[in-house]
Design a protein around this ligand. Structure first.
Ligand code: FAD
Length: 294
């Protein structure tokens, strides 16, 4: 590993100032589960590592006045998957955090790091896109919030400006009569996702779908959403004919790669299977407590 200076600033402003002193040679450090691998194998010269963990207040979960939830970017996966409010209101997100690596990884790996690493297979990124979450960013010139789905340009590349720091992820208030699911396909439990899908469904009083979102991971250079799912399933009972139309849209949209873990063709077919599974399960969970018979 290369030699570098290590800093642990106590505030966001100081972290940003340290980064600005050497934008080319600086990296933010959260849990380090991706960064240290990159430093071991990377070719770019890193001279300064800025540890964000000493900054207070970046690792909590806060309920917002509108009922939404604000998650600190430094929130470890283990805390996220155990939080009762998240498990109840944003179940797919808890399910995704639960499968990130093994227990030692989940103790260190953070939500912000999972997003900023910009892998199209990042597990928590998929439900965050389905929930239409916002990423809160801070820089010397101020702050901004952007939809999580617009965070990435390519594998390993975000839209963050040099030195911009992610401080939080904001989830909108939970929808009424709703449910969410996360589905993942892997070769082994400890492997990253071959494919993943997340669905959020909110129902009308008569049991038809009011709002549906669907996001897919590892099927394109970035995590993507499938807007056709909402258009096709609105006011339906999520029946087989409607789901078949969504599957067709998924298969036509995805752009998976061939690699040693699976062929593009297999991934394309399975994207449809996983999307259908995520949607059907979300619908089944949403309709059950409502006591609506079809
Ligand atoms: C054995 C193993 C198994 C794994 N399994 C999975 C898995 O199943 N699913 C999965 O999704 N991932 C997996 N990962 C990848 C990794 O654990 C996650 O991506 C993790 O969430 C990264 O978070 P971190 O806090 O460790 O990030 P770090 O490694 O600290 O940072 C990652 C990148 O994001 C940047 N960064 C971090 N935080 C911020 C911030 N707040 N603002 C701006 N930039 C920031 C860093 O500069 C760096 O470029 C695995 C990794 C290992 C080593």
């Amino acid at each position: 590993m290369q030699d570098f200076a290590y800093h642990a600033p106590p505030t966001v402003a100081e972290a940003i100032a340290l980064f600005a002193a050497d934008p080319e040679g600086s990296r933010y450090l959260a849990g380090g589960t991706d960064l240290f691998l990159a430093l071991e194998h990377g070719s770019s010269a890193v001279r300064s590592v800025i540890d964000l963990k000493a900054i207070p207040g970046l690792d909590g979960i806060a309920v917002q006045p509108d009922g939404g939830h604000r998650l600190g970017a430094l929130l470890p996966m283990d805390d996220l998957m155990r939080d009762r409010a998240i498990r109840t209101n944003y179940r797919a997100l808890a399910e995704s955090a639960e499968v990130v690596g093994g227990p030692p990884i989940r103790n260190r790996a953070t939500l912000g790091g999972n997003l900023c690493n910009a892998s199209p297979a990042a597990d928590t990124a998929v439900p965050l896109v389905a929930f239409m979450a916002m990423a809160v960013l801070s820089s010397a010139s101020g702050g901004r919030a952007i939809p999580v789905v617009r965070l990435w340009e390519a594998p390993g590349r975000t839209v963050l400006r040099p030195g911009e720091l992610m401080t939080a992820i904001e989830l909108p208030p939970p929808l009424p009569a709703s449910a969410s699911t996360f589905e993942r396909l892997t070769r082994s439990a400890m492997d990253i996702a071959l494919l993943s899908a997340s669905a959020v469904i909110s129902l009308n009083d008569d049991g038809t779908c009011r709002l549906v979102t669907l996001a897919l991971g590892a099927v394109a250079p970035t995590v993507i959403s499938i807007p056709e799912a909402g258009e096709v399933l609105r006011d339906t009972n999520c029946d087989d004919a409607a789901l078949a139309r969504v599957v067709k849209a998924v298969i036509e949209t995805v752009r998976p790669i061939d690699d040693i873990r699976a062929s593009a063709e297999y991934r394309r077919e399975m994207a449809g299977v996983l999307a259908k599974r995520a949607l059907a399960r979300a619908y089944a969970i949403a309709i059950e407590p409502a006591g609506i018979t079809r």
